[in-house]
Design a protein around this ligand. Structure first.
Ligand SMILES: Cc1cc2nc3c(=O)[nH]c(=O)nc-3n(C[C@H](O)[C@H](O)[C@H](O)COP(=O)(O)OP(=O)(O)OC[C@H]3O[C@@H](n4cnc5c(N)ncnc54)[C@H](O)[C@@H]3O)c2cc1C
Length: 467
C-alpha cells in the first residue's frame, strides 16, 4: 500500500483551521517540485479554494552559517521564487526569528492554516515550537527531507545502521512513491499581488537577488546552486559514475555523487534521487551480465548511504538531544574515552592551527585545505580528519567542538544532521562498535596515515589538492 501524503503530516498545535489562505513556511527544503509540504499545502488550499503563499524567514546568523552558504542559499531562493511564481505561489522572504515572523505574517495575511518543513536539529525545533505556541491557526509539520518520515521510520534512537535498516527495508516500498506534480495554483491573493509591502507592515519583504548583490558572493569555483543544477548533477552521476561507486573510498577516483550541498539545502529531494537511481537500474534490465550485476551492486551501496545512513543521521539528531555533545556518545565510548583522558597527545593544536591546516600531517593538511578553499571534503577523508582532531586535542570535548566548528564554518553541506552524526561516529563511536584498545582513542575505531596509504594514493591526493 502507498502511504499518501496525508500520513506524512503531523499537527504541532491544537489550534483550528480557519478560512483564509494557506501558508507554507519553508525552511529546510527549498524546491518547488518533489516537496511533500508544498503538495500537502496545495491540496489543503485547493480543497478550501484559497490562495497558497510560501514564506521563508531569513536569519543572517543562522547556526553561524558562513558567507558562501548564505550565497548558495539566497541564489537558490531567488530561483525558487521564480519557480513558485510560475505556479502562482508567491514566495515572501522576511528577515527575522520565525517565532515572531510567522505568527505575525499569518495574522496580517489572515491565514487559515500553516504547513512547515521538518528538521531534527535543536534550533529549528525550538523555532517550530515557538511558532506552534503563538499561532492562532493550525501548524502542520511535513517531513519532506526523509523518504520515510523520521518519527515513523523508527520510534526511538537506533543504535546502529543494523537496527534501522530492517525497519527501512520493510517500509520503503510504501513510501518510495512517485511525486504528484504541483499544479498552477488556481486561487490568487489579489491584495498581496498589488503590493506585499502594504500588507506586511513592520515586516518588509526582502529580495534574495538584492541581498546577494549587497552582502554575499559565492566563489566561482563552488558548485552552482539551484534545483536545475542539482538535477543535472544527479543525471550525470547516474549515467557516468554510479557504475563505479565501489571506488567511493578512494578520494582520487571521483566516484561519489557530490550531491550533498543540494541535498543539504533541500534544493534536491533524496526521494527523487532514489527514484532516479531505481529507474536507471530497471532500465538497465535484469542482472544477467557482469556489467549489469556490478551496476546493481553499486546502486545498492549508493542507496544504503543515501537512505539508511542519511536517515540514521536524522534519527540520531531527532532522538538524541545531545547530538553535538560528548554526553550524546554511547556509554561504552564515554567510558573508554574517559579512561584515556590523561594519555599524552603526540601533538596539541589549537583551533586556529587546525583551521589554517598547520599540522605535521600532510594528508590532513590537504583535506583541511580542500575544506577551507573549496568548502568540501571527500567522505573517506572526513572520517580520518575528525579522528585526527581527537588525537591532537586536549580532551574529547574540545575535539568535538573543534570538528563541529570547522565543519559548520567551512563545509558547504555543513550544519547538517549528517555532519553532527559523522563527527560523533568518528570521535565518539556513535553507530559503531568497540575496537581494539589503544592510547587516546581507547576502543574508538582508529584510522592512520599508513592505513590510508594502503587504501589510496595519498601523495597523488595531496598533489591534486595543493597545486
Ligand atoms: C566527520 C564527518 C563529517 C561529515 N559532515 C557532513 C556534513 O556536514 N554534511 C553532509 O551532508 N554529510 C556529512 N558527512 C557524511 C558524508 O561524508 C557526506 O554526506 C558525503 O561525503 C557527501 O558526499 P557525496 O554527496 O558525494 O556522497 P555520496 O557518497 O555520493 O552519497 C550520496 C548521499 O548519501 C548521503 N551519505 C553519504 N554518506 C553518508 C554518511 N556517512 N552518513 C550520512 N549520509 C551519508 C549524503 O546525503 C550524500 O550526499 C560527514 C561524515 C563525517 C565522517
Amino acid at each position: 500500500m502507498n502511504q499518501s501524503w496525508v500520513e506524512r503530516q503531523r499537527p504541532l498545535n491544537q489550534a483550528p483551521v480557519r478560512p483564509g489562505p494557506v501558508i507554507c513556511w519553508l525552511s529546510r527544503d527549498l524546491r518547488a517540485e518533489d516537496h511533500w509540504g508544498l503538495i500537502s499545502a496545495q491540496d489543503a488550499a485547493i480543497q478550501r479554494r484559497v490562495p497558497l503563499i510560501a514564506v521563508f524567514c531569513w536569519q543572517p546568523d543562522h547556526l553561524n552559517a558562513p558567507d558562501h552558504s548564505q550565497a548558495f542559499l539566497l541564489s537558490g531562493l531567488a530561483m525558487l521564487k521564480e519557480d513558485l511564481s510560475a505556479l502562482n505561489i508567491p514566495l515572501i522572504l522576511i528577515e527575522g526569528h520565525p517565532g515572531l515572523v510567522i505568527p505575525s505574517v499569518a495574522e496580517q495575511l489572515g491565514a487559515g492554516e500553516v504547513f512547515c518543513d521538518f528538521s531534527p536539529l535543536r534550533l529549528p525545533r525550538q523555532q517550530r515550537d515557538a511558532v506552534a505556541a503563538s499561532l492562532s491557526v493550525r501548524l502542520t509539520e511535513v517531513d519532506t527531507h526523509n523518504i520515510i518520515p523520521c518519527w515513523l521510520a523508527y520510534p526511538k534512537q537506533a543504535f546502529g545502521a543494523h537496527i534501522l535498516r530492517p525497519f527501512i527495508q520493510r517500509q520503503l516500498a510504501a513510501w518510495l512513491t512517485p511525486f504528484p506534480q504541483m499544479e498552477r495554483h488556481p486561487f490568487t491573493d489579489e491584495k498581496l499581488q498589488t503590493d506585499e509591502r502594504l500588507i506586511l507592515q513592520d515586516l518588509p519583504p526582502l529580495s534574495p537577488d538584492q541581498l546577494l548583490k549587497q552582502r554575499y558572493r559565492l566563489p566561482r569555483h563552488f558548485p552552482r546552486p539551484g534545483s536545475r543544477t542539482a538535477q543535472a548533477q544527479l543525471i550525470q552521476f547516474v549515467e557516468k559514475t554510479l557504475y563505479r561507486y565501489d571506488q567511493r573510498n578512494d578520494p582520487n577516483a571521483d566516484a561519489c555523487s557530490a550531491l550533498s550541498p543540494w541535498l543539504h539545502f533541500g534544493q534536491l529531494s533524496a526521494q527523487r534521487v532514489a527514484l532516479t537511481v531505481r529507474r536507471s537500474i530497471n532500465e538497465a534490465g535484469d542482472a544477467d551480465t557482469p556489467d549489469q550485476l556490478m551496476l546493481q551492486n553499486n546502486a545498492a551501496s549508493f542507496l544504503e548511504e543515501l537512505i539508511v545512513r542519511r536517515e540514521l543521521s536524522d534519527n540520531f539528531c531527532f532522538y538524541q538531544p545531545d547530538y553535538d555533545q560528548v554526553s550524546g556518545f554511547p556509554d561504552w565510548a564515554r567510558e573508554t574515552l574517559n579512561r584515556h583522558r590523561e594519555d599524552p597527545r603526540p601533538y596539541l593544536y589549537h583551533l586556529e592551527q587546525l583551521s589554517a591546516a598547520e599540522t605535521e600531517d600532510p594528508l590532513w593538511n590537504a583535506a583541511q585545505t580542500d575544506l577551507r578553499v573549496n568548502g568540501r571534503m571527500h567522505g573517506y577523508l572526513r572520517m580520518y580528519w575528525a579522528k585526527k582532531i581527537l588525537e591532537w586535542s586536549f580532551d574529547p570535548e574540545s575535539a568535538l567542538a573543534a570538528a563541529i566548528d570547522l565543519n559548520d564554518q567551512l563545509a558547504l553541506d555543513g550544519r547538517d544532521p549528517n555532519g553532527y552524526t559523522g563527527i560523533a561516529w568518528s570521535i565518539g563511536g556513535v553507530h559503531d562498535r568497540a575496537w581494539g584498545e589503544r592510547p587516546i582513542f581507547g576502543k574508538i575505531r582508529y584510522m592512520s596515515l599508513a592505513g590510508c596509504r594502503r587504501k589510496f594514493d595519498v601523495d597523488l591526493y595531496i598533489r591534486t589538492v595543493m597545486t
